[in-house]
Ligand binder design. Structure first.
Ligand code: AMP
Ligand code: ZN
Length: 313
């Protein structure tokens, strides 16, 4: 297999582009995809400081590595969700990466902030760990981004993530989500701008980037479900891609170009105020995070009272 651009031995084939690349040409292809996403969607300017939300996995570390080594001012954010061994190892990966690259990493420890790990919070409010995890991550990402006054928050969402989310949103006709699914969510009333510079690159391509750049990332997925349906949607799209290369890209980019504008017109973004308790943006008087936390604390108090009365053994 030869590189399409220079004829050297190729290290990766990309059927969807009818191409194969050697290491330097693949890295150039990768750079072009990220640069195009940033400039075409006006994600941020070269001098802007960007907060990269990192999980310790391949996508977000590839993104941070690429931005930092292309001169973008960055700060990393790792949210320690307190999910036992998984959080311990992923935090270690992020800290080791930041140290090796000489980059600033902010760590928010959910247990320190709330008094509970994410699974413990979920058990107290009787919700799934994944839904509480999503809420906690959104909350602390925005709060930290405001505190650090960054221009934007960048996440490692790739083409597979975005295409499978879109498939799920279409299958369930999630009108609000369809209206807002986009590589850029603009800043609004206390919400910091959110961007996804890797959204045109596949999981396989971000993996190749990490392997070629010697990035030590965590391979394991979170033990809490990792939503069986999102994995199924990714598998289905991979099967389509195999038969018809380029399907994921056409599905997502076609939606963004042709369909999304109608959805956003039909579903304008909700009005936001400031949470009465914490000041973060919210559609209600008290934000979802503060409501969840007080519910968890009440559940804990009720538990302790029963325990003291000998009601629970
Ligand atoms: P996920 O929802 O786990 O697929 O992650 C999507 C993106 O969210 C990742 O690419 C990261 O940018 C960000 N992210 C996930 N987990 C964390 C975490 N624990 N701390 C900070 N950012 C995270
Ligand atoms: Zn609040």
């Amino acid at each position: 297999m030869k590189c399409r651009r220079c004829g050297e031995v190729a290290v990766i084939d990309l059927p969807r582009h009818n191409a194969a690349f050697c290491k330097p040409c693949f890295l150039e292809y990768f750079a072009r995809q990220v640069q195009q996403a940033i400039s075409k969607f006006r994600m941020f300017a070269r001098h802007h400081r960007v907060m990269v939300a990192v999980s310790g996995g391949k996508d977000s570390l590839a993104l941070w590595h690429w931005l930092a080594s292309h001169g973008q001012p960055t700060v990393g954010l790792y949210i320690d969700l307190g999910i036992a061994e998984y959080s311990r190892v992923s935090r270690e990966r992020c800290e080791a990466f930041a140290q090796r690259m000489g980059l600033q990493l902010e760590v928010v420890d959910v247990r320190q902030e709330t008094g509970f790990s994410t699974p413990a919070l979920a058990a107290r409010v009787r919700r799934t760990t994944c839904s509480v995890c999503g809420l906690v991550k959104r909350y602390f990402t925005n709060r930290t981004a405001r505190r650090l006054q960054v221009a934007a928050v960048a996440t490692g969402h790739n083409l597979d993530d975005e295409a499978s989310t879109l498939l799920g949103n279409v299958l369930h006709w999630q009108m609000g989500y369809l209206a807002r699914q986009h590589p850029v969510l603009p800043a609004a009333d206390g919400l910091v701008r959110r961007v996804k510079p890797l959204f045109t690159l596949t999981e396989r391509e971000t993996l190749a980037y990490c392997l070629l750049q010697g990035i030590d990332f965590l391979e394991e997925e979170c033990p809490h479900a990792r939503g069986a349906t999102s994995i199924l949607y990714k598998e289905l799209l991979n099967r389509l891609e195999l038969i018809s290369p380029g399907t994921k890209h056409q599905f997502l980019l076609g939606f963004l170009r042709r369909a999304r504008p109608s959805f956003s017109q039909a579903e304008p973004p909700p009005e936001l105020g400031a949470c009465r308790e914490c000041g973060e943006p919210s559609t209600a008087e008290v934000c979802a995070y503060c409501r969840m936390l007080s519910r968890a604390r009440r559940a804990d108090d009720a538990f302790a009272t029963k325990e003291n009365k000998g009601g629970i053994t």
